[in-house]
Ligand binder design. Structure first.
Ligand SMILES: Cc1cc2nc3c(=O)[nH]c(=O)nc-3n(C[C@H](O)[C@H](O)[C@H](O)COP(=O)(O)O)c2cc1C
Length: 425
């Protein structure tokens, strides 16, 4: 009858509750959510996806407006090569987001930042370098490298004073990706402090092919990674992610040799999560048949989402002058190509529909792509239905403690919400 709380994650001198709340981009895993994980003795993630937007919302800065103003003349131009990020502002926004979060940290846990390599930002190397270094400058406890192989990412920060003291980890979906990462980064004489192994049931982008993701399973990949690390005598903590819904699911992995688990979907319906309330309610109501893995993301990675996400087929005009996070080094994005193709096919039509790709920057910013893990349809079993048919939102503390203390796959419901009676008159 083991519970997650019977285990601890050891990262250097830190002894932690082995629960990591995964990064959820564009401020779905908010500072508030990450701070709760840290207060409770685990690890929380913020994300640096679209950090200018996040900073504008949190701190009333004007980064996005200013960038749009600067490049307004280019809005109708399909060539986006000129739309470059100001690296000074990128550093400033990252330091603000990270710095303020770290100042608010209480408790024994840690706060990491999720950095996706696929956010190529029209200058992949230069922008990633600034993102990683600014997060370290601002005191982040650790960086999780995600959405990419990150073969050169250690090189971008190897001369940073915090390169050896900050915790650095990588997300992989296969033992091969891990081997490649270790080989390419060997010259820096520094192993990753942890490896997150993300399986095919996770939310967000998947590190598998669109046709074969369903043939993989997390347990097999975790076992392969553990066996490889044992063979190589590498003591790197392994953290499985994707579809771990109960404390018992987590204990299964901890018993197999995992050092902690990374979870996300169960926290999407907490008060601290950045999704708007109507989207949280949509997640609660989800059924298995509402979920799909599709190729709509311009990154080229498959992505899991609810089929009725408003961003699907929307045909939004590309907003790269304001955002532009997915532009490659030549100023290209698969969505721009799909959009231009539809415009050319439908001359004179004011609003086209684009079925095969989505403007991920615009729709993630607006919370209109409802990405979720495969277990989203089970969320309704984690809360109470209120008299008006909606579901009671949870607190991050409640969900965290449920993972930490539950036994036998049980899921604790929240204490019933006491609503103020309507005032008279
Ligand atoms: C709404 C949502 C957004 C996500 N966004 C990101 C992201 O921006 N970067 C990333 O590396 N992983 C992202 N993920 C994956 C999670 O960090 C996590 O690894 C995974 O979802 C864990 O599986 P679970 O949701 O089944 O618990 C996201 C997951 C969800 C549910």
């Amino acid at each position: 009858m083991t519970r997650v709380d019977d285990f601890r994650l050891h990262l250097g001198r830190h002894e932690l509750v082995p629960i990591v709340i995964g990064g959820m981009g564009v401020d779905i895993s908010t500072a508030e959510l990450a701070l709760e994980a840290a207060r409770l003795g685990g690890i929380g993630h913020i994300s640096d996806a679209m950090v200018h937007t996040v900073s504008d919302r949190r701190f009333k800065t004007r980064y996005v407006k200013d960038k749009l103003q600067q490049y307004k003349y280019n809005v109708a131009n399909s060539d986006k090569r000129l739309v470059q990020f100001n690296l000074h502002q990128l550093a400033e926004a990252t330091r603000l987001h990270v710095g303020r979060t770290m100042e608010a940290k209480r408790g024994p846990g840690l706060i990491f930042i999720n950095c996706m390599e696929k956010l190529t930002m029209n200058a992949a190397r230069e922008t990633l370098r600034v993102r990683l270094r600014s997060a370290l400058d601002a005191g982040i406890d650790g960086i999780t490298l995600s959405a990419g192989l990150h073969l050169n990412s250690f090189g971008l920060i190897a001369d940073h004073p915090r390169f050896r003291d900050a915790k650095l980890g990588i997300i992989v979906s296969s033992v091969r990706a891990l081997q490649l990462f270790l080989r390419k980064n060997a010259r820096h004489q520094r192993l990753p402090d942890y490896v997150i192994v993300e399986g095919p049931l996770a939310g967000g982008h998947l590190g598998f092919g669109i046709d074969d993701w369903m043939r993989h399973d997390l347990t097999t990949i975790v076992d392969e990674v553990l066996a490889f690390l044992r063979r190589e005598e590498l003591a790197i903590p392994v953290i499985p992610a994707g579809g771990i819904f109960t404390g018992a699911d987590a204990v299964d992995f901890l018993r197999r040799g995992a050092a902690a688990v990374q979870v996300a979907t169960r926290f999407t319906v907490t008060r601290e999560c950045g999704l708007p309330d109507h989207v949280k309610q949509r997640y609660f109501r989800a059924e298995p048949e509402d979920v799909e893995v599709n190729a709509l993301s311009p990154t080229g990675y498959p992505m899991r989402m609810l089929k009725d996400s408003p961003g699907i087929g929307a045909g939004t005009r590309p907003n790269c002058e304001a955002y532009g996070y997915l532009l490659d080094n030549d100023g290209r994005c698969a969505y721009i190509e799909a959009y231009n193709r539809e415009v050319a096919r439908h001359p004179g039509v004011r609003k086209v529909s684009v079925k095969d790709k989505t403007c991920l920057c615009t729709h993630m910013r607006n919370f209109d792509i409802w990405t979720c893990g495969a277990t989203v349809w089970r969320l309704k079993d984690t809360s109470r239905r209120l008299p008006d048919g909606s579901y009671q939102l949870l607190t991050a503390e409640h969900v965290f403690r449920d993972y930490q203390y539950s036994r036998d796959g049980a899921i604790a419901l929240p204490p019933p919400e006491v609503r103020d009676p309507p005032s008279a008159g």
